[in-house]
Design a protein around this ligand. Structure first.
Ligand code: GLV
Ligand code: MN
Ligand code: MN
Length: 404
């Protein structure tokens, strides 16, 4: 049995850094932040983080994507998450995992080991795709392909990443890391509803994401008879209603699908809209079911386009497969959870996507959750009780001692 209690994390220092990170892109609404990948507040936050890594005795490296590493000497356990946010995001999504990793790295250094490296991956929130920074770092996505991805405003990733060009040092080799551990908020209602403090993740769901376009005919909203219209909004509306009905045959209660972004052209009250491009995203823990959902989505889109005289176009299909967490890393987190929150933790799947999915291609990975108040995330209201944030940090410290 390993000795524990030597890596002494400092909750005050941890919470103070977490709040300081929130000041970059603070939205002014509650504790929310606006820090999408490569925007000024994201880059400023990464510069600040790099300074913190140096103060912690870590060597800063930044790869071409803007993934920011604080490296310990020699082989090390990698910990962290991401510091970019959704267009309207909470202060903890990603930030918690990065700052907790920094605190554990500092405490481990003071204790004389184990060696902990820290990372903040870029564009986990998918301004350009799905967990783009770690997808490129892990080899899941080629940099040239990533560069061609465009955000909803039409900006290409290859152009956006120039905002960090002066920080780039070069490639970071994965072979130096013995594994990856990520602390995150749950972002759902399970732990909060049960009054529990810690979730040890068993699996992360898979995801598919693509843009769909219906193109009809832009026309005058006063003079065009209803039966002659090729109205793109009406096509989207019919697609959505039919899809919800047809998916019922293949999904389970944990399957989810979302149309989260709609771009209607030209988006004016007196114009029959001629074109709509929308995001279609679906997630499930079963890769085969993801495939069946895709088939239905494509069938319904084709039928809708034919019935409403639309041209139909698809953007690239992006995705990640469901993955299971590593048994050894997970067991260390479970022991840590039992020590810090006896009887107040559970094993659970993750319905949110995380960088850990990409890293599982390269090394063993594991994840830990703390509760989200009211189950709210990807919203300014996102929050977690301080004692739960600290409990997550302490479980991490406990686990790295067991693993070290
Ligand atoms: C990551 O933020 C996700 O969308 O699950
Ligand atoms: Mn996240
Ligand atoms: Mn997120």
């Amino acid at each position: 049995m390993k000795r524990t209690g030597v890596v002494k994390v400092d909750p005050k220092r941890f919470l103070s850094d977490l709040h300081e990170l929130r000041s970059f892109g603070a939205s002014g609404v509650g504790k929310g932040v606006v820090r999408p990948a490569y925007c000024a507040s994201d880059v400023a936050a990464r510069r600040w983080l790099a300074g913190r890594f140096v103060q912690a005795g870590l060597r800063v490296e930044v790869d071409a994507m803007g993934n920011l590493f604080g490296l310990a000497e020699g082989p090390s356990l990698l910990m962290g998450s991401h510091s970019d946010s959704q267009p309207e995001g909470g202060w903890l999504d990603g930030a918690l995992g990065v700052i907790a990793a920094l605190e554990v790295a500092r405490a481990a250094k003071q204790a004389g080991g184990p060696a902990i490296s820290v990372v903040s991956f870029q564009d986990e929130e998918g301004r350009f795709g799905v967990t783009t920074g770690s997808a490129v770092w892990s080899g899941h996505l080629a940099l040239a392909q990533a560069d061609a991805l465009v955000d909803h405003a039409g900006v290409a990733l290859g152009e956006a990443r120039q905002a960090m060009a002066d920080m780039v040092t070069g490639d970071v080799q994965a072979a130096q890391f013995t594994g990856f551990v990520e602390l995150h908020i749950e972002q759902g209602p399970t732990l909060d509803t049960a009054g529990e403090q810690i979730g040890v993740v068993t699996d992360i769901v898979g995801i598919r994401d693509m843009k769909i376009t219906f193109e009809g005919q832009q026309n005058h909203a006063g003079t065009t008879p209803m039966h002659l219209r090729r109205d793109a909004f009406q096509a989207l509306s019919a697609f959505n209603a039919t899809l919800n009905d047809r998916l019922r045959n293949v999904v389970t209660p944990s399957s989810v699908w979302t149309i989260g972004h709609v771009s209607l052209h030209p988006n004016a009250s007196s114009i029959v809209p001629g074109r709509v491009t929308f995001s279609m995203q679906w997630r499930d823990g079963d890769a085969a079911r993801l495939g069946r959902m895709e088939q239905i989505i494509r069938e319904v889109a084709a039928q809708t386009a034919a019935a409403s005289d639309m041209e139909l176009r698809y953007g690239p299909l992006l995705g990640l497969e469901p993955v299971a967490m590593d048994a050894r890393l997970r067991a260390a987190l479970e022991q840590g959870a039992q020590a810090v929150a006896p009887g107040q933790w559970r094993r659970m799947p993750s319905g949110a996507l995380h960088d850990a999915t990409n890293l599982s291609r390269l090394m063993p990975v594991a994840m830990l959750f703390v509760p989200s108040i009211g189950g709210i995330s990807h919203a300014f209201e996102e929050d977690t009780r301080e004692e739960d944030l600290v409990a997550g940090l302490e479980v991490l410290a406990h686990a790295v001692e067991l693993l070290g």
